[in-house]
Design a protein around this ligand. Structure first.
Ligand SMILES: [Zn+2]
Length: 297
C-alpha cells in the first residue's frame, strides 16, 4: 500500500508541479518515490465480457462493458497496459456470428485511451474453432512479453476443446522459462485456473499441474486468470493464483451445489461485476490488486 501511495502521491504532485518539480525532487535527494517508481507500474485486468450474451442474469448486456471502459478511461493516471483475460465473446457455433461479435467487441475496446491492450482467448472465443477467429482478430493465443523487468507469459488453456495446454505449448513454455534466471519476476496470464478448483465445472486445466511444475523453480511467480467470474485466491507452493470478476454475470462459489449464474439483483444492480487494477512492484514480488465494482447509471 505504501508503495502505491508514494507512487500515486508522486504522480499527483508531479502532475501539479510539472517536470521542473519532478526534477527538483530528484536533485534535492528525495529520490525515494521516483526511485521506487522506476520499475513499478500498474496494469488493468478485465475479464469475461461475453459480448453477445443475452439473458436475465444481466439486463444491461450491451452497457456493462462500455461502463467499464469509461471507468478505466477516467482513471487519473492511466495504466501501462490493459489485458482482457478471455471470454471476450459469448460462445456461438455460427462462425459468422462469432466474427460479428469479435468485430463489435474490438470496436468497443478501441475506445480505451490506453494503446497497449493485450488479449487472451477463453473457451467461449476459441474452443469451437481452435482459436481461428480469435487469431484473425487479436493475434496469437500464446505469447510472452517483457514489461519493466517482469516477464509476462500468456498461456492458452482453451483452444484445445479438452481444456488443456497441450504438449506443444508445454514444450514452448519450458523453452521460454529455460532462458530466464530463477529470480526473474514472472507473471502468468491465462483464462482457466491452472489448478483443480472445481473440475466438473471446467474450473481446472487438465495438464495445468505440468505448467505449475515448470514454474515452481522460479522464486517470483504470480498467476492472474478469469473464467470463474469471481475473486478467488489460491496458492500452489509459493505461486499465487488470483482470478478476476466478470463483466457479464457472477458465478456461484466453487463449493456451491450448482453452476448457474447468480441472478441479477434489482436492489443491487451490477453486484459481483467488476474489473481490477494491479499495482506491480516486480522486483519486490508484490502485486497489489484493487477491485473496481461496475457502477450503474
Ligand atoms: Zn471461460
Amino acid at each position: 500500500m505504501r508503495q502505491r501511495m508514494d507512487r500515486r502521491e508522486f504522480m499527483r504532485l508531479a502532475a501539479f508541479g510539472g517536470i521542473v518539480f519532478a526534477s527538483g525532487v530528484r536533485a534535492a535527494g528525495y529520490g525515494s518515490p521516483s526511485e521506487a517508481a522506476a520499475d513499478d507500474f500498474y496494469f488493468v485486468q478485465l475479464s469475461d465480457t461475453h459480448w453477445g450474451f443475452d439473458g436475465p442474469p444481466n439486463p444491461d448486456t450491451r452497457g456493462t462493458l462500455p461502463k467499464a471502459i469509461a471507468a478505466v478511461n477516467a482513471l487519473s493516471e492511466q495504466p501501462d497496459f490493459v489485458v482482457f483475460t478471455g471470454d471476450l465473446t459469448h460462445l456461438t457455433l455460427d462462425a459468422q456470428l462469432r466474427r460479428a461479435r469479435m468485430t463489435e467487441f474490438r470496436d468497443i475496446v478501441s475506445k480505451l485511451k490506453v494503446r497497449d491492450v493485450r488479449f487472451l482467448p477463453g473457451e467461449h472465443d476459441a474452443s469451437v474453432d481452435r482459436g481461428e477467429a480469435f487469431q484473425e482478430f487479436f493475434g496469437p493465443t500464446q505469447y510472452t512479453f517483457e514489461h519493466k523487468g517482469a516477464h509476462f507469459i500468456v498461456i492458452d488453456n482453451v483452444s484445445d476443446p479438452k481444456g488443456i495446454i497441450g504438449d506443444a505449448q508445454l514444450t514452448w513454455l519450458a523453452a521460454d522459462l529455460g532462458k530466464l534466471p530463477k529470480d526473474k519476476p514472472i507473471v502468468v496470464l491465462t483464462h482457466r485456473p491452472l489448478f483443480d478448483l472445481r473440475p466438473e465445472w471446467g474450473w481446472s486445466t487438465g495438464d495445468g499441474a505440468r505448467a505449475v511444475e515448470l514454474l515452481l523453480p522460479f522464486a517470483n511467480v504470480s498467476v492472474f486468470y478469469g473464467h470463474i467470474h469471481q475473486i478467488n485466491q489460491h496458492m500452489t507452493g509459493h505461486i499465487s493464483h488470483r482470478s478476476a470478476q466478470s463483466l457479464i454475470f457472477p458465478l456461484p462459489p466453487p463449493d456451491a451445489a450448482d453452476h448457474k449464474p447468480v441472478p441479477w439483483d434489482v436492489a443491487q444492480p451490477y453486484r459481483g461485476l467488476g474489473w481490477r487494477d494491479i499495482e506491480a512492484a516486480p522486483m519486490k514480488a508484490t502485486y497489489e490488486v484493487h477491485e473496481h465494482p461496475v457502477q450503474g447509471g
